[in-house]
Design a protein around this ligand. Structure first.
Ligand code: PFF
Length: 521
């Protein structure tokens, strides 16, 4: 007899867990930087189109497919895809991406998350309090990351300690399972995150014009910097790609994670309204909170010219270099600095625990080994895999992992899921399945959108990528000569991990006895 699978404690529990996974570093760091660098308010046009045509449909697809596969005892993409067409022997191998992608993101996401924990402590003890300019803050960050030895840090030691703490915290939460770990964490972390977000937003929106020499460096103009549209940006294919990429990343769709969460639902549990609720919570955190804090705060202190270069100089510079400087100019700076970095930490940990879940569920469900053992395997494997991201950060390993896990595979996997759902499972059956136990009906136009528009949109994005970026990317044309061996090594390593996972899928099905394949719940 297979062991009974874990379940959610309540409907609110899964909604909070999905929203917790969605609200992450992407909302507070990636979104404002992308929007400001890609035409400000005009960015929001492709952004909302992508939300309606890609994000929301994929959210429903993943909730529905996950719940369906869970009914057959499968909690990860290979098994869930297999349950769509059980006679097909190959379909499950598409699902390997749904374990591999989250694993790749987990490897670098936990490291970045550990910086936010470290900086919350630094804010409280005033470690960076004496630094007054961007150059100083940048060198503080480089010293912390072990990229240079300087007066602030002599090596990677502190960063490694914070990484160990963060990694262990993640493993402890995952070890306690869906209901006892992830749901519990999200139930207190998500509301707390929103409280910190509101506090910071309120503080920023009441800053007025803090520099008396520049009365036009005020909050209204700061908001205008992000929201005034530059419509010429709409003609650029890149802006459309960036907006679609942001939607995937921020909603955590197209990666296999929601498939796993939804697999713990019962057959008649609601998915239409629940999916939409988690999308709304994420969009609120992103557009309202994320959209008003960082850019506005940086604008009123640094002005329109500097902020342009800050926004273009990298996603993390805004969070780790500019924000501490801005906050240090306010009263109660230690407290607000802590609020900012701890907000990022909470956003990060509720996302990273979810990234672990597809791999853990795969081991649990397909090898029937029990959660604790599965978490041990996962913990040891990912701990080893994290090391290159930590030690070879300066050689571009994290960016390489982010391209494969956080960008390319997401779009590819989303395309696969949509085709399987609308064309292999069949749109009529899919429509009935979406509405099983539903509290509201999906507008009829989505039947057309999911079948034709979403896949077409995805193939156009993939096609444009191949056309514009593929050859120089594969040939590492923009990589410095000294970094090429590291990038090549990362690619070979990733290919190796992918092959191991594909082999494990093969093994799992080989040892599966026929009656275990269909444990209807
Ligand atoms: N949605 C998260 C963010 O905005 O930071 C990132 C993420 C988490 C992506 C979990 C994918 C995922 F499965």
């Amino acid at each position: 007899m297979p062991k009974p699978r874990d379940t959610w404690g309540s409907r609110l529990g899964i909604i909070m867990a999905v929203a917790g996974s969605a609200v992450g570093l992407g909302n507070f760091l990636r979104f404002p930087a992308k929007a400001a660098a890609n035409g400000g308010g005009a960015f929001m046009i492709p952004y909302f189109i992508a939300l309606l045509l890609l994000g929301i449909p994929l959210m429903w697809i993943e909730w529905t497919l996950g719940r369906y596969g869970g009914g057959f005892g499968h909690g990860s993409a290979p098994g869930i895809f297999h349950s769509i067409r059980q006679k097909n022997r190959f379909i499950k191998y598409f699902g390997v991406i749904g374990i591999f992608g989250p694993l790749v993101i987990f490897i670098y996401y936990t490291f970045i998350e550990s910086w936010t924990l470290a900086y919350s402590c630094f804010a409280l003890i005033g470690k960076y309090a004496g630094i007054t300019d961007q150059a100083g803050m940048r060198s503080f960050l480089s010293g912390y990351q072990g990229l240079e030895h300087n007066g602030y840090f002599q090596g990677l030691g502190p960063a490694y300690v914070f990484f160990l703490i963060t990694f262990l915290l993640n493993i402890v939460v995952i070890y306690h399972g869906i209901k006892g770990g992830i749901e519990k964490l999200c139930r207190w972390a998500l509301p707390m995150l929103f409280v910190f977000g509101f506090l910071l937003m309120f503080r920023v929106l009441t800053l007025g014009a803090p520099d008396p020499r520049h009365p036009d460096w005020n909050v209204i103009n700061g908001l205008g910097f992000l929201w005034n549209p530059d419509f010429s940006a709409l003609r650029s294919a890149r802006v459309w790609l960036e907006a679609s990429g942001q939607i995937f990343f921020t909603l955590s769709v197209g990666i296999g994670m929601i498939l796993t969460y939804a697999s713990y639902l019962a057959k008649g549990d609601e998915v239409v309204l629940s999916g939409l609720t988690s999308v709304s919570a994420n969009e609120f955190a992103e557009v309202i909170l994320g959209g008003s804090i960082v850019i506005t705060a940086a604008f009123v202190f640094f002005g329109p010219r500097d902020i342009q270069s800050i926004a273009n100089s990298g996603t993390f510079n805004l969070g780790f270099v500019t924000m501490p400087l801005v906050i240090d100019k306010l009263p109660l700076s230690a407290f607000f600095g802590f609020c900012w970095f701890f907000l990022l930490f909470l956003a990060g940990i509720t996302s990273s625990v979810s990234l672990a879940q597809p791999a853990v569920a795969f081991l649990e469900d397909e090898f029937t080994i029990g959660r604790k053992k599965a978490v041990w395997f996962f913990g040891i494997a990912t701990f080893v895999l994290c090391q290159p991201a930590i030690f070879f950060l300066k050689n571009g390993v994290v960016d390489e992992l982010d391209f494969w896990g956080g960008t390319f595979l997401i779009v590819l996997f989303a395309a696969i899921e949509t085709i399987l759902f609308a064309w292999v499972f069949g749109m009529d059956k899919a429509w009935d399945e979406i509405h099983r136990g539903a509290d509201m009906r999906v507008p009829g136009v989505y039947k057309f959108i999911i079948k034709y528009v979403t896949p077409l949109f995805l193939f156009v994005i993939l096609g444009m990528w191949f056309w514009q970026d593929w050859i120089p990317f594969i040939l590492m044309k923009n990589v410095a000569a000294a970094d090429k061996p590291f990038i090549l090594g990362t690619r070979i390593g990733l290919a190796g991990v992918f092959c191991i996972l594909a082999f494990l899928v093969k093994l799992a099905w080989k040892r599966r006895r026929p009656q275990k394949a269909q444990v209807a719940r």
